[in-house]
Design a protein around this ligand. Structure first.
Ligand SMILES: [Zn+2]
Length: 156
């Protein structure tokens, strides 16, 4: 585990601030499917907050509740995803995968996209990640930059 530097701490604080007003949704899953996988992911997301959820719940790419989260739930939990990426070396790929997924950028405002983008750049600048060597990071940065270029309310 790397020790977060001041720039990374600042970036994390800015992300928390940008998402401070996002309410905790009542329901978390994207659809109404009642299969056991959907029900378990719904239960996991519903039994945590963005302050309590961690790698135990989110760290397995093959069993990832965020893949099943609604856009509202994604926006609510995104500060937790950023926190996991910034404070452990185990979550960055998953964060970038989610940020690069089609439609997810529409769930966040430009201000929020700017804060998340700054957090990714803070990791690049702290040599926690080599953007040229991690296609997922490059894709996530491109998706966030596209969100910043889009008019408010018309995310990619
Ligand atoms: Zn299902």
């Amino acid at each position: 585990m790397s020790t977060p530097g001041p720039a990374i701490d600042d970036a994390r604080a800015a992300v928390d601030l940008a998402f401070a007003d996002v309410p905790r949704p009542v329901a978390f899953a994207r659809g109404t499917c009642g299969c056991s996988e959907c029900l378990e992911h719904e239960a996991t997301l519903a039994s945590h907050t963005r302050d309590t959820i961690g790698l135990a719940e989110l760290g397995n790419p093959g069993w990832d509740p965020i893949c099943f989260a609604s856009d509202m739930a994604f926006a609510y939990y995104l500060p937790a995803l950023v926190r996991l990426a910034l404070t452990t070396d185990a979550y960055l790929d998953q964060l970038c995968f989610h940020l690069g997924r089609s439609g997810r950028q529409a769930a966040i405002t430009r201000e929020q996209a700017a804060a998340v983008l700054a957090a990714l750049w803070a990791m690049v600048e702290a040599d926690r990640v080599d953007a040229c060597d991690a296609p997922g990071v490059e894709d996530a940065i491109a998706a966030l930059e596209a969100r910043l270029a889009a008019p408010e309310g018309e995310g990619a």
